[in-house]
Design a binder for this molecule. Sequence first.
Ligand code: ZN
Length: 136
Amino acid sequence: MLKVEHIGIAVTSLSESVPLFEKLLNSQCYKKEIVESEAVTTAFFQQGDTKIELLESTSEEGVIKKFIDKKGEGIHHIAFEVEDILAEMERLKTEGFLLLNNQPKSGADNKLVCFLHPKTTNSVLIELCQERRNKQ
Ligand code: ZN
């Protein structure tokens, strides 16, 4: 894996949390994006080489809504950038990690993503992400 690409933080309300993080980080949110497949609206901050991704649920049934109901707001996942997501998924499967999706999915920020089940990663939700290349 190459680096921490971003850290995902579950929030109840982007309209409250975006100004909060703008103050905290002393930088502007540069992008908001709805990811239909995950039922979230994301807001991104670029901090040097890495990003903070705030996640607000768009649905009562969404994974972020469920996460907040169970655990409250807070760190939701750590995303690692990978060079070749299919190869990395294969490697991790072979190592015994449980993948939450068998094919890469479309994530925010023009990425292909895959999540690992937290029960095989010390309860930390891990996201793999790869920059989408032309054909993918
Ligand atoms: Zn993410």
